[in-house]
Design a protein. Structure first.
Lengths: 116, 238
């Protein structure tokens, strides 16, 4: 069973995307902020196959979580969820990038290719 | 078109982009959310009888999805229009040339001069020369306004794999260093508070960064850009 951590400060995006992913058979844990994600990742995190990471998290930037994820979850894929604004550096340090506004069937298909 | 005119165009595009980026980002978030909600409902409807009872339900859902797509297209079209004014071209350029262009086109009070220093070693970076010059000019003009008189200083030096442009002035320093990189934050009347944000975006686009120094007196801003050949090619604007 593939386990994901979804880090996004936007509640609506968290709720809808996690519901869709769970319907696809993923186990999805949620972090609603930079600090929540950092806390979760610092204290022996569960085995996540991938971390879906938003760039702008309100209290910090997803980019700055990347070294911690690499250290605590060396086998997890880091997937940047870009907002198509340009200038986001997270795409440069992640393993893959999935635009947030992408139609879910395509999002799901690309996610599957990355994590499986 | 003079160098000053070209830089004015580049600066206006950068200004529009910086001012509209938060809005575009937020609208994109909403679009993503509505699109996913709509997809979720449609998928559930596929196994329910509600669509048979009232065919307007799937029809209206299609309308929702159409409106979302049109909104998305509008944002794309806006981006294309703005970037269509001038395409950003990244080449291997000399840091010294960026610095010189920024100084040539800087708009400072007559009582303020610019002192520039650069290393004897030629520093090459991969950048859009005019865009980087605009970023440096923003830093110089901020520094010049803060100083009020005398001179501001700009230097380009190598630090490991980075070219570091440092702008310093002997003005009052930043009121609130923690907030000085937020959009529309300015203590100066009549200013939008976007200059540092523009400079940071330019640095970030080139794979670099912008940092605020902590000098004993005045203010210091560092714009870092990777030395050419030390990182993957920078991303171009869509």
């Amino acid at each position: 069973m593939t386990r994901l951590l979804l880090v996004d400060d936007d509640e609506s995006n968290r709720v809808t995307l996690s519901a869709l992913l769970e319907d696809e058979g993923y186990v999805v844990d949620l972090a609603a902020s930079f600090s929540e994600a950092r806390q979760l990742l610092s204290a022996e995190p569960p085995h996540y196959d991938a971390v879906l990471l938003d760039h702008s998290l309100g209290d910090g930037y997803g980019t700055n979580l990347v070294p911690l994820i690499r250290r605590t979850l060396p086998n997890a894929k880091i997937i940047a969820m870009s907002g198509s604004t340009g200038g986001d550096r997270i795409g440069l340090v992640a393993d893959a990038e999935l635009p947030k506004g992408m139609h879910f069937p395509e999002f799901s298909s690309r996610l599957k290719a990355i994590v499986e | 078109m003079t160098a000053l005119d070209r830089l004015r165009t580049v600066e206006l595009i950068a200004l529009i982009e910086e001012a509209t980026t938060p809005l575009r980002h937020d609208v994109r978030n909403r679009i993503a959310s509505i699109r996913n909600l709509s997809y979720f409902v449609r998928r559930k409807l596929a196994v329910e009888v509600v669509a048979e009872r009232d065919p307007r339900v799937p029809e209206f859902l299609t309308r929702v999805e159409g409106e979302v797509q049109r909104t998305d297209d509008l944002i794309d079209a806006w981006g294309v229009s703005v970037h269509g004014l001038r395409s950003s071209e990244v080449h291997r350029v000399r840091a010294e040339d960026c610095l010189r262009l920024a100084i040539e086109c800087v708009r400072l009070p007559v009582s303020v001069g610019v002192e520039a220093t650069s290393t004897s070693e030629p520093l090459e970076i991969e950048a859009d020369l005019e865009l980087l010059a605009v970023a440096l000019r923003c830093l110089l003009e901020n520094a010049g306004e803060a100083a009020g008189s005398g001179s501001v200083h700009i230097a380009a030096v190598r630090d490991a794999n980075q070219c570091v442009f440092t702008v310093t002035d002997r003005g009052p320093g930043f009121d609130n260093p923690l907030r000085c990189l937020e959009r529309f934050e300015s203590s100066k009347p009549g200013h939008l508070g976007l200059g540092l944000c523009i400079a940071r975006r330019v640095a970030s686009r080139l794979g670099g960064d912008l940092t605020i120094g902590n000098p004993d007196f005045g203010a210091q801003v560092n714009l870092l850009v990777p030395i050419a050949g030390t990182r993957p090619p920078p991303e171009l604007e869509p």
